[in-house]
Design a protein around this ligand. Structure first.
Ligand SMILES: O=P(O)(O)OC[C@H]1O[C@H](O)[C@H](O)[C@@H](O)[C@@H]1O
Length: 436
């Protein structure tokens, strides 16, 4: 992975980071690296995430999926960290982009339409929940099961479950004698893409999961005590320093359709890990080149509270642009779509410092298993570094847990501290007579 931080230096951007600030920060990066390495050595909660490439047993995943390896598609039932890693990986690497369907919402119409559109005989079910208690996942699992039964397909023969040692999902898996894989110890869901949590659908779809792990391992080996020697830490240190300078929004803009879900995965990683103690960058999602024609206006000319992170593969398969039969289009003659998107990338990156706004660049060699594994690991390491520098509890998510508890209490009809807050919340209804 390659990171270019030049377009976010104070000499060209505001907010921007002075070279001297970066040099000072480098000492803190060294200390943070030391802390991270100690955490990894001791397999401490959270830090153990950065040991996944070597801790993950690819053979065990292949064995568990063997009974469903003939499936043409996979439906994942999971949410957040139990869905986005697999979604990102299959979107980036699967031959057929429609071969992995993710049910990570309980919008009834969406669930019904998704199931109606699938040939369930050919579809494997991947149910994932670290806690085994998440309401959306359990509810969707029950709905999916029934859909298989209604179509006369034995769901117990088409399923792989990944979950913790206890909880309702584990109990159901035991009850029906389903093939299960464990979630890795000490690894929060959003850091678990390079484990069974993220690798079951890729394994079923024939993606090179060993390559993904090798890429992750390469990024692990590239961590070093100086930001100038480590692309992952260079990105993390700059994101931290830019937030200190006022860049409270981090807009991630991949220039590849196959990396669109990467933005979603990154958003969870960044928000849930770093949104604490009144701080943390707000992740925004954009897609190049499409959003050059919409959001870019704001990024170049809106509040000075953003950094744009550009992401692209350096090599990609290409499509030639046919010779145009109109004089005004002659500039396209002899070019291809890859050349066009790269030109758009270069122009847009440069357009930000030209408007005195910061940009960070993250490039991978190409969209293959190694590079994607490297990208995911490096961003996780960057996130852990930011957490160390900002002195927040990177690996917890108490604010999210509040909503989960409140939802469960509402559904059960219980009265709890959370439901009291819901009952008492301020309302100012407009358009309804009772508000008058
Ligand atoms: O894997 P599960 O236990 O079902 O949790 C799924 C998701 O639930 C919550 O929203 C957590 O805050 C997320 O971090 C987690 O990824």
């Amino acid at each position: 992975m390659h990171v270019d931080i030049g377009a976010a230096l104070a000499s060209v951007a505001d907010p921007g980071v002075e070279r001297a600030t970066l040099d000072d920060l480098d000492e803190r990066v060294a200390a943070a690296h030391d802390r991270i390495e100690r955490g990894r050595d001791d397999d401490e909660f959270g830090y153990a995430s950065l040991n996944l490439p070597e801790a993950t047993d690819a053979d065990a995943i292949r064995d568990a999926v063997a009974p469903v390896a003939d499936a043409e598609s996979v439906i994942t039932v999971g949410i957040g960290g139990s869905a986005l890693g697999a979604k990102t990986i299959t979107e980036a690497l699967a031959e057929d982009p429609d071969s992995h369907v993710v049910l990570d919402n309980v919008d009834p119409e969406h669930v019904r339409r998704t199931l109606d559109g699938l040939s369930l005989e050919e579809t494997a079910i991947n149910v994932v929940s670290r806690s085994g208690t998440t309401a959306e996942t359990l509810a969707n699992f029950l709905v999916v099961r029934e859909a298989y039964e209604d179509r006369g397909v034995d769901w117990t023969e088409r399923i792989v479950v990944t979950t913790g040692e206890s909880g309702p999902l584990r109990a159901l898996a035991d009850q029906h004698d389903l093939p299960t894989l464990p979630v890795p110890e000490g690894v929060p869901g959003r850091f678990s893409a390079l484990s069974a949590v993220g690798l079951v659908p890729p394994a079923i779809l024939g993606i090179d999961i060993e390559g993904l792990l090798a890429g992750g391992q390469k990024a692990a080996n590239d961590l070093a005590p100086s930001l100038y020697d480590s692309p992952a830490y260079a990105y993390g240190a700059m994101a931290y320093a830019l937030e200190e300078e006022g860049a409270q929004v981090n807009a991630v803009m991949p220039y590849a359709e196959r990396l669109e879900s990467f933005g979603e995965w990154f958003a969870q990683l960044w928000a849930e890990s770093l949104g604490k103690d009144g701080r943390g960058q707000t992740p925004a999602r954009a897609l190049g080149a499409t959003d050059q024609h919409s959001q870019l206006q704001l990024y170049r000319a809106g509040h000075r509270d953003k950094v744009v992170t550009f992401v692209r593969p350096r090599e990609r398969a290409d499509v030639a642009i046919p010779d145009p039969d109109h004089e005004d289009l002659s500039y396209l003659a002899g070019t291809d779509l890859g050349g066009l998107i790269d030109a758009e990338y270069e122009a847009t990156v440069a357009s930000l410092p030209a408007a005195d706004r910061p940009a960070l660049e993250v490039e991978i060699d190409r969209l293959d298993a190694e590079s994607v594994g490297e990208l995911l690991y490096a961003m996780e390491a960057a996130c852990v570094l930011v957490g160390e520098l900002a002195e927040v509890e990177t690996f917890t998510q108490p604010a999210v847990e509040w909503g989960k508890n409140a939802t469960r209490a509402l559904i059960r009809g219980e009265e709890t501290e959370e439901t009291a807050v819901i009952d008492d919340r301020e309302r100012l209804r407009i358009g309804e007579t009772e508000s008058l």
